[in-house]
Design a protein around this ligand. Structure first.
Ligand code: GAL
Length: 668
């Protein structure tokens, strides 16, 4: 199989292209405008099933043949989609069992998109036929660079309650637990008389009188993830067989809860994802987090941003427009965080359909003078100068543990506090590093932690076999481990780890949590840390020390004077436990101190709201400096180093200036 950097040996630039919505004359106009704008890659046929297979078994590839030829003649490569993201009308009309069933037992109707059930054998059979046809037809087409499988799996429909899904769930459980006795034990079914004698007695967790069985619900979430993943694998297998050299991917969406992207990424040759931060949120640090997560899914391999918008989307209540320069600026932030491609939804703004008011690279005016096209063209010409960045890696010494199964489990009902938000906790810790321009990778607790000097595990409620030992080894070897409240509580079936909270982590943390004290929304307390007072909210752990030392205390309430945060020397490293949700100043101070101890610093000192990101290859290092301010900034460069400003194509030393909403890319 070709490496992605061989298939696309430049910064990919282009977007979703839906020529089937336009006439042939427009295709020529498209290709010419693409060429002028520096477009080198487009995703074609994502929603084309209905025009490729017009009736069952009646295929028409003539239009796609022409489109691919035209694109190739203009030097534009293609991520060819497998067109399975939306089924044609004839399929749904003829085979009702293609539809997914909603929680009320109702089938999703035809007329929108993505209404299929992943467990429908009819859908799977039709998919296999179409994918094989496409692969066989275009296997040798010179425009084909990569396969774009389906589109944003589960974006609209992440659950299905059909009889097929029920049967598949039972099979999935048999596979996982082997005996019904084992399942009863894992799900704790002696509670509320939920014991099963036979697999056939097991139903999907829907329309229940009250609380569900947490083990069952967690497995249903895993099962739906696996059902969708299986669809992807069905397509991938055919593509690998017919075109073994062509890389494959599907497009992810941010930190999307229903799908465990760490799991999926193993089967993708490149991670690609679709990003639509809301311009009203200001400087998008959560966007940066999403990039870092995407880069981490394949252990640092650069990702491709498969979709973003030039100006505005059409699916928010009010769709704010990115002001001039923002699309360019955010694109460079993407590249700085590990992006090897900047692609858009979509090339040409649609005339009809639900997305006709969604921005595009060419707007309705079709004018080369439009702001969207001018900005696209500028970016396209600049990206050509960045070939040396392709494949470059982000050096990171800090990792944050992020785990989808933990996310599912910690936010399921019946907890001491039922408004805990896992992502919010992750973001609170991430922001400390983001603000300091310290690169962060995301990992799972089972991953190799040896590349890192500091590992943060916020709210890691679920501890799986081997996780605690992995943390112990990391700390023993000199690492700094930070863990926050409500961690180490449950196993992978959402059963409590007995032996005093957080049982598996007591050894590495040197403490025991005697009790949880969740706070009402309006309630806050104060903790004292280094003689300073800071607010805490949400939760207080009542901590009993077992070797660890208290570094912060609660100031009030019946647990006044009890430790709120602790530190413990373990092997040649240390562990820090934060038993509450402290205000940001506390995290900045504490984590800032830990970074200092480890001498982990940003690549350059920078004023606020300036990102300094580093990406290295064997040959070069690069600094990507992204100025989100409305004014110019100046940064001191490292002494004695001569940098090449890649966009300006000039050498600089000592200082660098980045204008308002501007970027500098320095190679050294
Ligand atoms: C994505 C999707 C595209 C398009 C876009 C609009 O989620 O993959 O097909 O709908 O959103 O923002």
């Amino acid at each position: 199989m070709k490496q992605v950097t061989e298939a696309v040996p430049f910064i990919a630039f282009g977007g979703d292209y839906n020529p089937e919505q336009w006439s042939e004359e427009v295709w020529i106009d498209d290709a010419e405008k693409m060429q002028k704008a520096g477009v080198n890659l487009v995703s074609v046929a994502i929603f084309s099933w209905g025009v490729l297979e017009r009736e069952e078994g009646v295929f028409d590839f003539s239009w796609l043949d022409k489109v691919l030829d035209i694109l190739h003649d203009h030097g534009i490569g293609v991520c060819l989609a497998t067109a399975t993201a939306s089924t044609p009308a004839w399929l749904s009309a003829k085979y009702e069992d293609v539809a997914a069933i909603d929680p009320n037992g109702q089938p999703y109707r035809f007329g929108s998109r993505q209404h299929y059930s992943p467990n429908s054998p009819t859908y799977q059979k039709a998919v296999k036929k179409l994918v094989r046809k496409l692969a066989e037809r275009y296997r040798d087409h010179p425009a084909l660079k990569m396969w774009h499988i389906n589109n944003e799996y589960a974006c609209h429909v992440a659950e299905c309650y059909s009889s097929y899904s029920k049967a598949a769930f039972r099979d999935w459980l048999k596979d996982r637990y082997e005996t019904i006795g084992n399942l009863n034990d894992r799900w704790g079914t002696n509670f509320w008389s939920q014991r099963y004698n036979d697999w056939e007695e097991i139903d999907l967790p829907v329309n229940l009188a009250t609380f569900y069985n947490p083990g069952q619900m967690l497995d249903y979430k895993r099962f739906m993830n696996d059902s969708l993943f299986n669809l992807y694998k069905i397509e991938k297998e055919i593509l690998r067989e017919v075109t073994p050299d062509v890389p494959v991917f599907t497009n992810f969406m941010y930190e999307f809860k229903p799908l465990d992207y760490f799991d999926w990424a193993r089967e993708l040759d490149v991670v690609t994802w679709d990003a639509y931060p809301d311009p009203r949120d200001g400087i998008p640090y959560s966007f940066a987090l999403q990039h870092d997560l995407m880069r981490s899914l394949k252990q640092g391999q650069p990702f491709i941003l498969m979709e973003q918008v030039t100006s505005h989307v059409n699916w928010r209540d009010i769709n704010l427009t990115k002001k001039p320069g923002i699309m360019r600026l955010w694109s460079y932030s993407t590249i700085g965080h590990g992006g090897d491609g900047i692609m858009f939804f979509q090339w040409r703004q649609a005339r009809a359909g639900a997305e006709k008011f969604h921005g595009a690279m060419i707007p309705h005016s079709n004018s080369e003078e439009s702001r969207a096209y001018r900005e696209v063209k500028q970016l396209g010409s600049e990206l050509k100068k960045l070939d040396s960045l392709v494949g470059a890696r982000t050096p990171a010494k800090v990792a944050i543990v992020f785990d989808w199964e933990n996310w599912w489990a910690v936010e399921m009902e019946g907890k001491p506090h039922n408004k805990l938000d896992y992502m919010e906790q992750i973001k609170r810790y991430y922001k400390v590093f983001y603000d300091r321009n310290i690169a962060v990778d995301f990992v799972r607790a089972q991953d190799d932690l040896s590349p890192y000097e500091m590992v943060i595990a916020p709210m890691l409620y679920m501890i799986k076999p081997g996780d605690a030992e992995n943390f112990e080894q990391f700390t023993d070897n000199g690492g700094t481990l930070v863990i926050s409240f409500f961690s180490g509580i449950a196993d992978e079936n959402d059963r409590i780890h007995l032996g005093g909270y957080p049982a598996p982590l007591r050894k590495v943390l040197g403490l025991r949590v005697e009790e949880f004290v969740p706070y009402a929304d309006e309630h806050a307390n104060t903790i004292v840390y280094n003689g300073r007072k800071v607010k805490n909210s949400t939760w207080a752990d009542i901590i009993e020390l077992e070797g660890a030392a208290a570094i912060a205390y609660y100031e009030n309430e019946w647990y006044k004077g009890k430790p709120a945060a602790t530190c413990y020397r373990y092997g040649s490293g240390k562990s820090v436990y934060i038993g509450t949700n402290p205000e940001a100043a506390f995290l900045e101070n504490l984590l800032g101190g830990l970074l200092k101890e480890k001498q982990i610093d940003s690549p350059l000192d920078a004023p606020p709201d300036v990102e300094v990101l580093q990406r290295d290859t064997d040959q070069h290092k690069h600094l990507i400096i992204v100025n989100h301010n409305d004014h110019e900034v100046e940064l001191k460069l490292n002494k004695g180093v001569v940098y090449t400003d890649l966009l300006a194509d000039e050498q600089i030393e000592n200082t660098v200036r980045a204008g308002a909403l501007d970027v500098k890319i320095l190679r050294f």
